[in-house]
Design a protein around this ligand. Structure first.
Ligand code: GLC
Ligand code: CA
Length: 518
């Protein structure tokens, strides 16, 4: 595991919405470079940048047309190399988004693959052997594309209809056109993807977030072959780039970490009960106290048990696929949610703008395949100048409309306010960075949180000591008998602090406290 992940705190940047530098209304790489000091000031030491490669943008760049070329709207490869070096100068790592499951239908591989004559790319994608034969009821295939080629056949889709599925083979082939996962053509796709990784790693990138990592081998019900495939990628990384971080969008750490990823996310989809914390009508982090975290805790403990501390389970504040955390939680509630996010094991991920309280912008028309995700992808709000400092284009030229409310938050105001969410997150990151027991790899044991309505009390134990984290979003206090601990120091508390005296832990309403204990 790369050492730098021990204390990594990531910041996710959606490049089209972060900072425009040339007044075309779309964020770009020079814009990101301009804002690196802001990210450093927040305390993050790692970036994940959503796909920034050449694309027709039917799925906001998750439809790649050239894996080795920065999309002109974001700049050039040289700009990306400059971003790596400028970030590194500031102690910030940069991971890119690798989309291995599909390309854009405009990718030259696909254009070749559509041809009647056999060529190197004939099996780069999954095709049936007749136009009249589609692909139904195959796990990880979302339908098929047909009638678009001279070639007689239908092509499997991985996501939208503009995203044909790359061919990594089938776990249980049942038709002659289905190749096994170790067929030379399926292995060639793997090698092509390794080649893409080598290309960017050699230029200074620090690793990859891997899109839909679970989806590669088809008809793979327990994901056995997909796991074996990623283990092979991990071997390649260990041999050639052992410092590169490998992070999956899988949402099932028990599988993903076994597959060799260093990190996997808990997501809004999947079995983790993550949404119940932040994104239901009555989330756990609401002060109403009607939400629950016990199912999340049960899932999390089981995932830790299965993965045996091998690899990191990462909990994001949000991402470009789910609604903004501000949709369901107000600022004070979010401060407590961030105290949780920044005191859990695994590397925390902050979605751009969550630190200043960007709202979910409702009722937007879909942009670039965003649909209901569009409202979580609006341009960053930096200051009180036009377009909130995002761009000097005219407002109707912006990539996505911004929050138009007169009281919309912005980074400049938040940074100068000592009681803002931004300041609280900054404080929390500083405390995490100074205290190893709060970082990625230190152990966790839940002391409270197994029953409906419980607040969360967990003990983080590292090589340098123990920290008791006490998180109570509800508007009511609790008292817990807790023998065996003496408090050495209060590392963090919000407005009110939990106290531990005479083996009794008092947990005030709406509080988050970190106590250094013996
Ligand atoms: C992932 C991405 C999402 C994209 C999809 C298809 O889930 O996060 O934004 O639309 O994969 O690539
Ligand atoms: Ca621009």
């Amino acid at each position: 595991m790369p050492k730098w992940l021990d204390n990594a705190v990531f910041y996710e940047i959606y490049p089209q919405s972060f900072q425009d530098s040339n007044a075309d209304g779309i964020g770009d790489l020079p814009g990101i470079i301009r804002r690196l000091d802001y990210i450093k000031d927040l305390g993050c030491n790692a970036l994940w940048i959503n796909p920034c490669f050449d694309s027709p943008f039917n799925d906001a760049g998750y439809d790649v047309a050239d894996y080795k070329k920065v999309a002109p709207r974001y700049g050039t490869n040289e700009d990306l190399i400059l971003l790596f070096s400028q970030a590194h100068k500031r102690g910030i790592k940069v991971i890119l988004d690798l989309v291995p499951g599909h390309t854009s239908a405009q990718h030259p591989w696909f254009v070749e693959s559509m041809k009647c004559e056999k060529n190197e790319y004939t099996h780069r994608y999954i095709w049936t052997d007749s136009i009249w034969k589609g692909i139904e009821n195959v796990s990880s295939v979302l339908g098929s594309l047909r009638g678009i080629s001279d070639r007689d056949g239908s092509c499997a889709l991985n996501f939208f209809t503009s995203q044909p599925a790359l061919n990594y083979g089938f776990a249980n082939p049942t038709e002659s056109w289905q190749l096994p996962a170790d067929a030379p053509e399926a292995l060639a796709t793997r090698e092509a993807m390794k080649d893409v990784m080598r290309f960017w790693l050699a230029l200074g990138c620090d690793g990859f977030r891997v899109d839909m990592a679970f989806s590669l081998v088809k008809n793979d019900p327990d994901e056995k072959e997909t796991i074996a495939l990623w283990q092979d990628f991990r071997k390649f990384l260990d041999a050639e780039y052992p410092e590169a971080a490998f992070l999956s969008e899988w949402g099932a750490p028990d599988k993903a970490l076994r597959a060799g990823f260093h990190m996997d996310f808990l997501l809004h989809v999947g079995p983790s009960h993550y949404p119940e914390l932040f994104r239901t009508k009555t989330p756990f982090f609401s002060r109403k106290g009607t939400g629950n975290a016990h199912e999340f805790v049960a899932y999390y403990e089981e995932a830790r048990r299965i993965t045996g501390g091998k690899g990191l389970i990462c909990i994001p504040s949000g991402n470009h696929d789910m609604c903004r955390i501000a949709r369901h939680l107000d600022t004070e509630e979010r401060k407590i949610a961030f105290a949780f996010l920044l005191s859990m094991p695994g590397a925390p991920f902050i979605y751009y703008g969550d630190e200043v309280g960007l709202r979910h912008v409702e009722n937007l028309i879909s942009v670039e395949g965003g649909y209901d995700r569009t409202g979580a992808r609006t341009p960053m709000q930096w200051d009180s100048s036009p377009n909130a400092g995002f761009s000097s284009a005219s407002p109707e030229k912006l990539y996505i409309c911004q929050d138009s409310s007169p009281d919309r938050p912005n980074a400049e105001r938040e940074r100068t306010n000592t009681e803002s969410l931004f300041t609280e997150i900054q404080r929390l990151i500083t405390i995490r960075q100074k205290n190893e027991p709060l970082q990625s790899n230190a152990d966790i044991k839940f002391l409270l949180g197994h029953k409906k309505g419980d607040p969360l009390v967990y003990l983080r134990s590292g090589v340098s000591g123990k920290v008791l984290c006490v998180i109570n979003p509800a508007a009511k206090s609790f008292t817990l008998q807790l023998p065996g601990f003496t408090v050495k120091d209060t590392l963090y508390s919000g407005i009110v602090s939990a106290t531990l005296a005479k083996e009794s832990l008092f947990i005030p309403a709406e509080s988050a406290t970190f106590l250094m204990v013996d």
